[in-house]
Design a protein around this ligand. Structure first.
Ligand code: GDP
Length: 432
C-alpha cells in the first residue's frame, strides 16, 4: 500500500509532523522531489529537528528511508543531517539512495547565489541551495547521476571538463566570478562517492518489491501544490513537481500503486519568498501576532530563519491544491494556534475583473485577484490535548466544517499540536 503525504498550500503545512506520525506504522518512507531548500520540522521523543533532505521516517528504527531519483541530492547536507540526529540520540537510520538521483554540484549553489545577486530586486527569493540551476542542468542533460560516481576517472573528468566549458562562459562574462576548478570538482565528487557508497542502490526495484511484499510505503512531498513548477504560481515556484503524481516518477513505481493521498492543509496560510498570495494579512500587527504564535515557535523558515508571510485560510487556493494532489484525505494542521482570535476571516472567493470566482486562476489573473472573506467566530480557548472530535468547541468544529464544505475534500485528521500524538481522527461526511 502506497500513501503520499503532500502539501496542498505553499509548503510549511506540517507535512513533517504528519509523516513522522504515519511513519510509525510505515515500512518505507521516500523523499521523491526537491532538495535541501525547504525543511520539515519534527518534534518527537528525541527532541526537535529540522530535516532538509532526510525522509521523516528516520526516527523509527525499522523504517527504511529512501532518497528517490527525483530529489536534488546535496550530499554534504545529507551526511551532516545524519550526524546531527545521531548526535542527539536517534539510532542510525536505515537509508537507501537511488543510483539515479542527481547530485547538487558545488557550482549549482554558486550559480544560485550569483543569479539572485544579479537579479537583485527582481529575484525569486531563492534559498540559494542550488535547486534551480540543478534542475536546469538535469533537464539540459548535463547533470551528474549518483551512478556516474562509479564511472572511470577518464570519463568523469571528461564530463566535468565539458560542463565547465559552458558554465565558465557565464561565470566569466555574465557574473564576473572565478571559473570552475575541474580538478577540485573531481576531488569533491570522489569525496561524495565515499560518503554515500554504503547507501546507493536500485531504489525502483527495491520499492516495487516492497509493494509486492505488502509493505506500507509513504511518499513524502516537499513544499505544496502552489509551488509546483507546472501547476503552481509560476514563475514563483520551486523547480520540481510537488504533487503526489510525481511521487511515482520520483522513485520509479507505477502511478496506480498510490492508493491514499493525504493533503496537508494548514488552518491559516503562510508563504515564503516572493509571489502572489491573495489572502495575505495586510495589517502588519495582526500578521506579526499570528507569525509569532504560528507553528511550534513561530512561522520562520526552517532553512533560512526568514519570517514567513502570513495569511488567512484560502479556500480557493486550498481547493485547487487538494484537487491537483488527487486528495483522498485532508490533514488539517496547526488549528490550536487560532484559539486566541475573536473572529477568523476565511477567504472563500477571489474577485477577478469584477467577478467572484472560486476557481484558482493562472498567475496573470491571480495578480489582479482580490480576496473575498467570510468571517467566522473564534473559539477563544486552548484546544491542545483534545483527542475526540466531539470534544472540540462548537465554533472550532464549525470552522473545520465550513472549510471542508468550501474545499470539497474530506478532513479526516486534525492536528492540534506539534507532537506525534496531537491528532484527532474524524469521520468526514464527504467520505461516506
Ligand atoms: P512542513 O515543511 O510541511 O513539514 O512544515 P514546517 O516544518 O515548515 O512547519 C510546520 C511547523 O508547525 C513545525 O514547527 C511543526 O512542529 C509545527 N506543527 C505541525 N503541526 C502542528 C500543529 O498541529 N500545531 C502546532 N502548534 N504546531 C504544529
Amino acid at each position: 500500500m502506497v500513501k503520499a503525504v503532500v502539501g496542498a498550500n505553499w509548503g510549511d503545512e506540517g507535512k513533517g509532523k504528519i509523516t513522522d506520525m504515519l511513519a510509525q506504522n510505515a515500512d518505507v518512507v521516500i523523499r521523491f522531489q526537491g532538495g535541501a531548500n525547504a525543511g520539515h520540522t519534527i518534534k518527537n521523543k528525541y527532541g526537535k529537528f529540522a530535516l532538509h533532505t532526510l525522509p521523516s521516517g528516520v526516527f523509527n528504527e525499522n523504517t527504511v528511508n529512501i532518497i528517490g531519483n527525483g530529489v536534488a541530492l546535496n550530499i554534504p547536507i545529507l551526511m551532516s543531517e545524519i550526524d546531527n540526529i545521531v548526535a542527539k540520540g536517534v539510532p542510525k537510520p536505515i537509508l537507501l539512495i537511488s543510483e539515479r538521483a542527481q547530485i547538487i554540484m558545488p557550482y549549482h549553489i554558486k550559480f544560485d547565489e550569483y543569479e539572485e545577486e544579479r537579479l537583485a530586486g527582481r529575484s525569486f527569493g531563492s534559498t540559494k541551495s542550488g535547486i534551480a540551476p540543478f534542475y536546469s542542468d538535469k533537464f539540459a542533460k548535463i547533470g551528474f547521476q549518483v551512478s556516474d560516481l562509479w564511472d572511470s576517472e577518464e570519463n568523469l573528468r571528461e564530463k566535468i571538463e565539458s560542463v565547465s566549458v559552458q558554465k565558465n562562459v557565464l561565470l566569466e562574462h555574465l557574473y564576473h566570478k572565478p571559473p570552475i576548478d575541474a580538478d577540485e570538482t573531481y576531488r569533491t565528487l570522489m569525496q561524495y562517492k565515499e560518503m554515500i557508497g554504503p547507501y546507493v542502490c536500485d531504489v525502483s526495484s527495491y520499492v516495487q518489491d516492497a509493494i509486492k511484499a505488502g509493505k506500507t510505503v509513504l511518499l513524502e512531498g516537499q513544499l505544496g501544490t502552489l509551488k509546483d513548477c507546472d501547476h503552481g504560481i509560476y514563475p514563483m515556484v520551486t523547480s520540481s513537481n510537488t504533487i503526489a503524481a510525481y511521487g511515482a516518477v520520483g522513485c520509479g513505481i507505477p502511478p496506480y500503486e498510490i492508493k491514499q493521498i493525504i493533503s496537508v492543509c494548514k488552518a491559516y496560510s503562510s508563504s515564503v519568498g516572493a509571489g502572489e498570495f491573495v489572502s495575505e494579512i495586510e495589517d502588519e500587527a495582526a500578521a506579526e501576532e499570528l507569525r509569532k504564535r504560528g507553528g511550534d515557535g513561530g512561522e520562520y523558515g526552517a532553512t533560512t530563519g526568514r519570517p514567513r508571510r502570513m495569511g488567512w485560510f484560502d479556500c480557493v487556493a486550498s481547493k485547487y491544491g487538494c484537487r491537483l494532489q488527487g486528495t483522498t484525505d485532508v490533514a488539517f494542521t496547526v488549528l490550536d494556534v487560532l484559539g486566541y482570535l475573536d473572529e477568523i476571516p476565511v477567504c472563500t472567493g477571489y474577485e477577478i475583473e469584477g467577478k467572484v470566482t472560486t476557481q484558482f486562476p493562472v498567475t496573470r489573473l491571480l495578480k489582479t485577484a482580490k480576496p473575498v472573506y467570510e468571517t467566522l467566530p473564534g473559539w477563544k480557548c486552548d484546544i491542545s490535548g483534545i483527542r475526540e472530535y466531539e470534544q472540540l468547541p462548537e465554533n472550532c468544529r464549525k470552522y473545520i466544517e465550513f472549510i471542508e464544505k468550501h474545499i470539497g475534500y474530506p478532513i479526516t485528521m486534525i492536528s492540534n499540536g506539534p507532537g506525534r500524538d496531537d491528532i484527532i481522527y474524524r469521520t468526514s461526511p464527504l467520505k461516506a
